[in-house]
Design a protein around this ligand. Structure first.
Ligand code: SF4
Length: 753
């Protein structure tokens, strides 16, 4: 054992550095190696910025800026060389909007567009500006979406959820107002008709006014009034009914629960409409309780109105029923008529009292939607006290709520909110309480990472996995609980391809797992749990954390676990990890495993059942074979010495050449399964060739083509397709069915095939 290895083992076991070469890692710029290529997010096309869509856009309340631009280009830029100019110009505009938004975290799409257009035009030569202006004018004319554009920061979950809630509640208000206004109109008609029959409506003056100026002198209105009052019956509506109708009308006309979208803000200011968005659970509960009596009054008024309009109100029957209808007997269907309450909280606000109030909301199925936002999974005492991140209150609450059975729960991270948009909407329209637990990342904990990356790293490393529990989805856990939003959901850790240059300036490419320890390595507060090992001391006894965690105690021997990081200059480092962090990573993977089980992945009950069934099947097979042997030996035929293997063998039929010729074309993969590049459209941006220069190469026109598909993985193809700014790489279908994370990759590839 070399001196270095002794020191590494000592550090790993005790967390203490000796006198040797173990270096500190508390340097600025250190980040997990897999995050090295994301230093400049503005240059990438990814889910952010988001456009909070105003109005009705095919039911989408949010779109990505890239998605908006892609849809626009499909409309205005024909495929191929014909649409190339417009496409290039609009993609430049998108890049500029992304850049401008980083300085201004929220603005409208139209303003951002105008600013980006102005910036591009002012930086162009006169000749270029003319063509650019032409392309951008065409694009602006076709842009039909309006809305605010937001980046990924601490305020994103509140803005996004509030926007989604507003959209959902506007739909509810629209339905409710339509009903209320129709009832007001019809009840009003009953009163108006009755008024017309009253003596007051037939005074000489009223008759004169109703006839108009031209004939006013031709009639004796005194006489007409007298005659009409004698001939036409007086009011038809009995006083009790009239009073009931007028009371119902007054309640309907002064209700404070609904307003049309354009009037809502003004009415809230004037206090003629209630507010439903809160930042305190206690205030939301207080408002809800105080409004219950008014809610009952409105339901009562609607019931009276419906019965009266259909002339079905029977005092003997309905009076006593309506007397009993108060806040205590409101049914779930009645509550669903009213707006839900949105409560936005930070994890620090969720002390014991607030948690108790929240549990009251979730257990009583109150119509409340609660956002709990966490920004620091590795707070001061998290690891010191032995708590793994799933112990933080947002996660704990989400687990508890999912366990209640009747409340909706969604847990995710900021970077994944767009992917969870359907789940967000489902939670908001769900008829009971819903919890949204979101991790945003913290600029204090990981100052070297943009919040988007910090949040994505938490989900990727299983430190803050995504899941949803939707009681409305079905009757069983399999339909209600889902972990499908996580990357490579079947795996313990997600794997990614890491490409780097070694000391001999050779390109090296390897599959690297992104573990909980990789997530912690980005947090400078945990620097003392890592020791930087100089390159000349790297040994075969150092193993990646994921591999180390998969080994049993007896296999570990004197191996030490490490993670790969890069410093500010992108130099690769191996950091040995202390045992405390390894134990935390084990707990994190156990927690992830239990979520997988709930989501039906690697479920221990299902696996045990499968093993039992296999055993029964094999036993029965053996019995059948033994019986066959016995029968054959009875009729004097020798039985085979050993049974045929159960597994299917590849059978190569010995057929005539002509038959083989017929078979071969059918076996060939269809052309659409093959990866390809639309080479003539390549803009020579180097993205794909930088990613894998053996798989992708340039032709004599300096345009990319696939030189050797076997020189990389399917992941390389998919990632190249995702980074290609003109979307001309089509990854086809995977060749190697054993490649890790294929399910996720195939889904991602579908966008480009
Ligand atoms: S094919 Fe490669 S080089 Fe060409 S535009 Fe796409 S990513 Fe860039």
């Amino acid at each position: 054992m070399s001196v270095e290895l002794q020191e590494m083992v000592h550090f790993h076991l005790t967390g203490k550095r000796g006198e040797g070469e173990l270096e500190d890692v508390a340097k600025p710029g250190i980040r997990s190696a897999l995050l090295a290529s994301y230093r400049d997010l503005e240059k990438l096309r990814y889910d952010y910025p988001l456009v909070l869509v105003e109005g009705n856009d095919e039911d989408a309340f949010v779109r990505t800026l890239s998605g908006v631009v892609d849809r626009l280009l499909q409309k205005i830029a024909p495929q191929g060389i014909g649409g190339e100019r417009v496409r290039t110009h609009v993609l430049r505009l998108e890049a500029k909007m992304r850049e401008l938004l980083s300085a201004d975290t929220e603005t409208s799409l139209s303003r951002l567009w105008a600013l980006a257009e102005e910036a591009l035009l002012s930086a162009s030569s006169e000749a270029e500006a003319e063509l650019l202006r032409d392309s951008l004018t065409i694009a602006r004319g076709a842009l039909q979406i309006k809305g605010q554009v937001i980046g990924c920061d601490e305020s994103t979950p509140v803005r996004l959820l509030q926007h989604a809630w507003t959209v959902v509640e506007a739909e509810r208000a629209c339905r409710a107002l339509e009903k209320i206004n129709t009832l007001i109109l019809k009840l009003g008609d009953i009163v108006k008709v009755d008024d017309l029959k009253s003596a007051g409506a037939r005074t000489p003056q009223n008759l004169k006014n109703s006839l108009g100026g031209r004939y006013q002198d031709a009639f004796d209105f005194e006489l007409m009034s007298r005659l009409l009052n004698q001939a036409v019956p007086q009011s038809m509506v009995p006083p009790a009914r009239r009073q009931r109708i007028q009371l119902a009308l007054a309640v309907l006309e002064t209700q404070k629960f609904f307003a049309s979208a354009g009037q809502s803000d003004k009415r809230i200011q004037n206090k003629t409409q209630y507010r439903f968005v809160f930042s305190s659970v206690a205030n939301a509960l207080k408002a809800y309780r105080e409004r219950l009596a008014e809610m009952a009054e409105l339901i009562k008024a609607i019931t009276i109105a419906e019965l009266e309009i259909q002339n079905r109100y029977r005092e003997s029957k309905h009076d006593s029923f309506l007397r009993r209808l108060d806040a205590r007997v409101l049914a779930k269907a009645d509550l669903l008529f009213f707006p839900s309450y949105l409560i936005c909280l930070n994890e620090e606000d969720c002390g014991a009292r607030v948690q108790a109030e929240l549990m009251e909301i979730f257990s009583a199925e109150l119509p409340m939607k609660v956002l709990v936002q966490s920004c620091d999974l590795l707070g001061e005492s998290a690891l010191q006290s032995g708590h793994t991140p799933h112990g933080v209150s947002g996660q704990r609450l989400a687990n508890m709520v999912a366990g209640l059975g009747d409340a909706y729960a969604l847990q995710s991270v900021n970077s994944n909110l767009y992917q969870c948009r359907d789940e967000i909407r489902r939670g908001l329209v769900y008829q009971g309480a819903a919890l949204f637990s979101v991790f945003t990342g913290s600029s204090e904990a990981t100052p070297d990472l943009p919040l988007y990356l910090s949040a994505a790293a938490a989900m990727e490393s299983r430190a803050f996995p995504a899941f949803s529990y939707d009681p409305a989805a079905g009757q069983d856990q399999a339909t209600r609980f889902s972990v499908r939003n996580n990357p490579q959901v079947e795996e313990v850790w997600s794997h990614h391809r890491l490409c780097y240059e070694d000391e001999d300036v050779q390109r090296v490419s390897e599959d690297v797992a992104f573990t909980f320890v990789d997530f912690v390595a980005n947090d400078r507060r945990y620097a003392e749990h890592f020791a930087d090992i100089p390159r000349d001391s790297w040994t075969a006894d150092m193993v990646p954390v994921a591999e180390y965690l998969s080994l049993g105690d007896e296999q570990v021997g004197e191996m030490v676990p490490y993670v790969l990081t890069v410093d500010g200059e992108d130099i690769l480092h191996r950091l040995v990890v202390d045992d405390r962090l390894i134990r935390a990573a084990r707990r994190c993977s156990e927690h992830w495993h239990s979520l997988q089980e709930q989501g039906g992945i690697n479920n221990s009950h299902a696996l045990a059942l499968l093993a039992r069934e296999r055993e029964i099947w094999e036993r029965e097979k053996e019995q059948e074979i033994a019986k066959l042997r016995a029968e054959l030996s009875q009729v004097g035929v020798a039985a085979p010495i050993a049974p045929e293997p159960v597994e299917r063998q590849a059978v190569v039929p010995e057929t005539a050449e002509s038959e083989q010729d017929e078979v071969e074309p059918a076996a060939a993969a269809p052309p659409s399964d093959e990866p390809c590049i639309e080479t003539p459209r390549c803009t020579t941006c180097d993205e794909c060739t930088d990613l894998n220069n053996r798989m992708f190469a340039y032709d004599e026109n300096k345009q990319a083509y696939i030189a050797d598909v076997s020189a990389g993985t399917y992941r390389d193809l998919v990632e190249a397709a995702e980074t290609c700014q003109v979307c001309i790489i089509h990854p086809g279908k995977p060749k190697n069915s054993d490649e890790p994370g294929l399910d996720d990759l195939i889904k991602r590839a579908a966008l480009f095939n």
